[in-house]
Design a protein around this ligand. Structure first.
Ligand code: AMP
Length: 191
């Protein structure tokens, strides 16, 4: 089984790359952002709660996010592995993920951060906001708040996974194909 975590600031290309990786390695893709957006579309209680945080560019509280992630994993017992996209985003989530996977005799194979400079990311997000309609992609103040959330809460996970020998980073600037090439070269080295 291969279980990958994709890190990266908003706009780094996690979702785009996860689409390629899931078909190449036959993995199940779990994006917590997509799951929340699905709840928002269906106007569930969780969706209403998540929206109040997401629209501001704040992280949704850990426990509801962890519980939602667990349901997604448990709903796909037959997969050859998972791509976790946008999860974990805090140390509490990372600890919960390790504990949860180990109860199932599973573990994270590797974590990969897609790196790109903030000004490049802001350009990509504002562009995406024009077509996606995502409120959190349309306003630079909210985008910068998402970067602040990443820097203060998610960036420390680099040390967390480096201590486990599982942290890798890949240059996220270039064409989609170039970045997929870099990722597959790295992932093939774990197989
Ligand atoms: P994303 O689609 O990954 O950019 O996520 C969009 C938004 O969903 C984030 O800005 C957060 O508000 C929320 N979100 C997604 N994943 C998480 C997570 N692991 N922990 C907390 N909030 C999350």
């Amino acid at each position: 089984m291969i279980n990958l975590v994709l890190f990266g600031k908003p706009g780094a290309g996690k979702g785009t790359q996860a689409e390629f990786l899931k078909s190449k390695y036959e993995l199940f893709h779990i994006s917590t952002g997509d799951l929340f957006r699905h709840h928002i579309t269906n106007a569930t209680d969780l969706g209403k709660l998540a929206k109040s945080y997401m629209d501001q560019g704040d992280l949704v509280p850990d426990q509801v996010t962890i519980d939602m992630l667990k349901v997604a994993v448990e709903s796909n017992p037959e997969t050859k592995g998972f791509i976790f996209d946008g999860f974990p985003r805090t140390t509490k989530q990372a600890i919960a993920l390790d504990e949860f996977l180990s109860e199932k005799s599973m573990s994270i194979t590797a974590t990969v951060a897609l790196e790109a400079a903030d000004d490049v990311l802001i350009g990509r997000l504002l562009n995406r906001g024009i077509t996606s309609g995502r409120v959190d992609d349309q306003d630079e103040v909210k985008i910068r708040n998402r970067f602040d959330e990443y820097n203060s809460k998610t960036a420390p996970l680099r040390d967390f996974y480096e201590d486990q020998g599982k942290f890798h980073s890949v240059n996220g600037i270039g064409s989609i194909d170039e970045i997929t090439g870099r990722l597959t070269l790295l992932i093939d080295s774990f197989l």
